[in-house]
Ligand binder design. Structure first.
Ligand code: ADP
Ligand code: MG
Length: 358
């Protein structure tokens, strides 16, 4: 294992910012720590780095207990959103910094060769003698990454490294980081609050909520089999239906009710359906379906967003491909039939998730 975090807890006053957190980052993988603002991501990263002590719990780095090691001995590299470069040093000097302070100090030739190698790696050869103010935001974060990698850290910690950049540059840097990681394979933990960023960049995702791990797994597995309503909602747009809707809609359109068990009131259940998991038809075709009215139709490039109202007043957010929408020749205000094709049923009290494919 590259990084092992076991039962970490950290309070600020009475508030538990990190609450019994355990997870592992396998050697050579890039794992995203994903959660909303305030969920404890940076605190966990700072504890792993040794910048902050935990109240309890252990940190292991490449098989060795690091819980009580000082920062300098942990062999971690960091890149932070606002970990500014040294303004009065050239790009070469910035990247060389971690090598100059190494003990024993590498020779001048070794340092020069390593910096050249890194300049190539982050595609900034030719920029060695510039100063940070002469670079774009995206280029500066690439220098920050090169500086972190220069002393060959055992693990790399990135805290929202692209958070301050505009969305086009962010997109490019994500793709770039993923490619770079495939070349370098340094064990990396990447903090972000952006679901899409986590999915694009990482091998696995740890979902964090209020200082606790909700679920860990490969991105697609989390998306398809979320273990809690929080994970389902955080990892993409989703319709949350009350059990009463199921009851009422099956009563109203009784010719073809949906074959789903009706949860009892004590089960505290909700039904979750992703926007692309609906089938829309103009006529009943023998399949279970609910009547609905199109409230609004919004073209979004290759997809079309439909806002529908069910007869009981429930609104649904549905996504169709542009082709399907054209085929159906849909317009605002029309009545259609809608079938949820993939339904996840959650019960908070019973702590279960069931998947129904219709
Ligand atoms: P994230 O990085 O997920 O946004 P943080 O780890 O920065 O979350 O913070 C988690 C919670 O702990 C937040 O509610 C934050 O206000 C609180 N917190 C973080 N650092 C401190 C501190 N030094 N003193 C008091 N509260 C803090
Ligand atoms: Mg943070």
């Amino acid at each position: 294992m590259g990084i092992v975090v076991r039962n970490l807890t950290k309070h600020f006053g009475a508030f538990a910012a990190v609450n019994d957190v355990s997870f592992e980052v396998p050697s050579g993988q890039l794992v995203a720590l994903l959660g909303p603002s305030g969920s404890g991501k940076s605190t966990i990263l700072r504890i792993i780095a040794g910048l902050e002590p935990a109240d309890s719990g252990d940190v292991e780095l490449t098989g060795e207990d690091a819980t009580n090691l000082p920062v300098q001995q942990r062999g971690v590299g960091f890149v932070f959103q606002h970990y500014a470069l040294f303004r009065h040093m050239s790009i070469r000097q910035n990247i060389a910094f971690g090598l100059e302070v190494q003990k024993p100090r590498p020779s001048k030739e070794e340092i020069r060769a390593r910096v050249d190698e890194l300049l190539h790696l982050v595609q900034l050869h030719g920029y060695a003698d510039r100063y940070p103010s002469q670079l774009s935001g995206g280029q500066r974060q690439r220098v920050a990454l090169a500086r972190a990698l220069a002393p060959r850290p055992k693990v790399l910690l990135l805290d929202e490294p692209f958070g301050a950049l505009d969305s086009k540059v962010r997109d490019e840097l994500r793709t770039w980081l993923r490619k770079l990681h495939d070349e370098v394979h340094v064990t990396s933990l990447f903090v972000t609050h952006d679901q899409q960023e986590a999915f694009e960049v990482s091998d696995q995702v740890v979902v964090l909520n209020k200082g606790k791990v909700e679920q860990m797994g490969p991105p697609q597995a989390l998306y398809e089999m979320p273990r809690s309503r929080f994970v389902a909602e955080f990892l993409g747009s989703v319709n949350v239906l009350r059990p009463e809707t199921l009851l009422e809609m099956n009563d109203i359109s009784d010719e073809a009710p949906l074959p789903l068990p009706i949860p009892g009131p004590a089960e505290d259940a909700s039904l979750l359906v992703r926007p692309h998991d609906f089938e829309i038809t103009r006529h009943r075709n023998g399949r279970p379906a609910w009547s609905a009215r199109i409230r609004r139709l919004t073209p979004l490039g290759g997809l079309v967003r439909l806002d529908l109202n069910l007869l009981d007043g429930t609104s649904l957010h549905v996504q169709l491909t542009r082709e399907r929408c054209k085929e159906l020749n849909l317009v605002d205000g029309e009545d259609v039939f809608v079938t949820p094709k993939d339904v996840k049923m959650f019960s908070e009290t019973k702590a279960f998730v069931e998947n129904y494919v219709i």
